[in-house]
Design a binder for this molecule. Structure first.
Ligand SMILES: [Zn+2]
Length: 365
């Protein structure tokens, strides 16, 4: 612990207000998140001598040297530990590995991370190193790319069949566009893959291809879709062993009374006989893209454990109501289910299960 403290460059967190409460030995410290009341014999020296020196440019050894004669060595160390514990100061050392441009472009994100992490530069560094692959051919995919760039993701690979659209993103973010044929080479090593479907039928074949590739490689991927009825789906986050995209499709079909009609439309769109329909309403696309970007932020920084493994979050973009739905694996799934020859029956355990419940003796003749 001592070595850790010695390597630090302590700095008072941004927006810290220090207000005297009547007596010289009593002060309030407010960061907007916490309100601390400090009182005691050492408080005047702490506020008047130590705090002004905590600007992230001095090591504890340099602080001790500057304060000698005012605060004794042991008390300087203890005060620093106390301030770190109460998040009044943070280590400004990691900040030095980022350029002034990065720190300026993402200042508001850093302020947000500082509300939950004692050292916001650690999760920020994870974001700067992250590579996210976005697969989609729509305006929703482009909106998502912009929203992810605002979250300081280091590299975003956009996979689409059209050319690279004109994008305005913060400069420290790298955006690369690739044709769909390159998808297989982009998946290994990605921190997250997001498949984006805007509209009902147009991109289903591509989503199935993405699903099968991810299943083969054991890669996690997040499903996002925006329906013609202004319903946004975030998730499930498909991980090995949980319901895959085709499981979700099978489950969804079983809830649709008009599935046959829809299946015909899907087939016609996939053959190029019909144009896939999209709502195309920009405010909804931006809204859903922002929600997805926040989920990605939580996932990559560990700010919150993800709720999306095996669950889809359904958001009605008109009423803003949302519900979380569990999605189970489908035993008859052609992508992740058992091959037919390995099954004893044409149905799975979830459809029919017969268990003997009577005592053996009572059934004997
Ligand atoms: Zn499946």
């Amino acid at each position: 612990m001592k070595e850790d403290l010695e390597r630090m460059l302590p700095r008072v967190v941004p927006c810290m207000n220090v207000v005297r409460d009547g007596e010289r030995t009593c002060y309030f410290m407010s960061s907007g998140r916490d309100l601390l009341r400090c009182q005691g014999r050492l408080v005047p020296a702490l506020v008047e001598r130590l705090l002004p020196l905590l600007d992230g440019t001095r090591t504890p050894a340099e602080l001790r040297a500057e304060l000698s004669g005012t605060i004794d060595t042991a008390s300087v160390d203890e005060l620093l530990r106390l301030l770190l514990h109460h998040r009044v100061v943070v280590d400004a050392g990691p900040e030095r590995s980022f350029s002034a441009r990065e720190l300026e472009a993402f200042a508001s994100l850093l302020a947000l991370l500082a509300r939950s992490f004692s050292n916001p530069y650690r999760p920020f560094e994870r974001l700067r190193r992250a590579r996210v692959v976005v697969v989609g051919d729509s305006e929703l995919a482009r909106e998502l790319l912009s929203a992810l760039a605002e979250c300081a993701i280091g590299t975003i690979d956009l996979v689409m069949d059209e050319g690279l659209p004109t994008l305005v993103v913060p400069q420290p973010v790298h955006v690369r566009a690739h044709p769909f044929a390159a998808l297989r080479t982009l998946l290994p090593g990605a921190d997250l893959v997001i498949g984006v479907q805007d509209g009902e039928f147009g991109f289903t074949r591509r989503m199935r291809e993405l699903n099968r590739l991810c299943l083969g490689l054991g890669t996690d991927w997040l499903e996002v879709r925006l329906s013609l009825d202004a319903e946004g789906w975030i998730g499930p986050l498909h991980t090995p062993g949980t319901a895959c995209f085709e499981c979700v499709e099978l489950r969804r079909r079983s809830h649709l009374a008009t599935w046959k009609e829809q299946a015909l439309q899907v087939e016609q769109v996939e053959r190029g006989l019909l144009v896939g329909k999209r709502l195309g309403f920009a405010p909804f696309q931006r809204h859903l893209a922002s929600m997805v970007a926040v989920e990605v932020l939580l996932y990559l920084t560990g700010l919150e454990p993800t709720r999306l493994v095996g669950r889809g979050l359904l958001v009605d973009l008109l009423t803003q109501e949302s519900n979380s739905h569990p999605v189970l694996k489908h035993p008859a799934c052609p992508a992740c289910g058992q091959p037919p020859e390995e099954r004893l029956h044409p149905w799975g355990d979830e459809e029919v299960r017969i268990e003997r419940t009577l005592l053996e003796a009572s059934g004997r003749e």
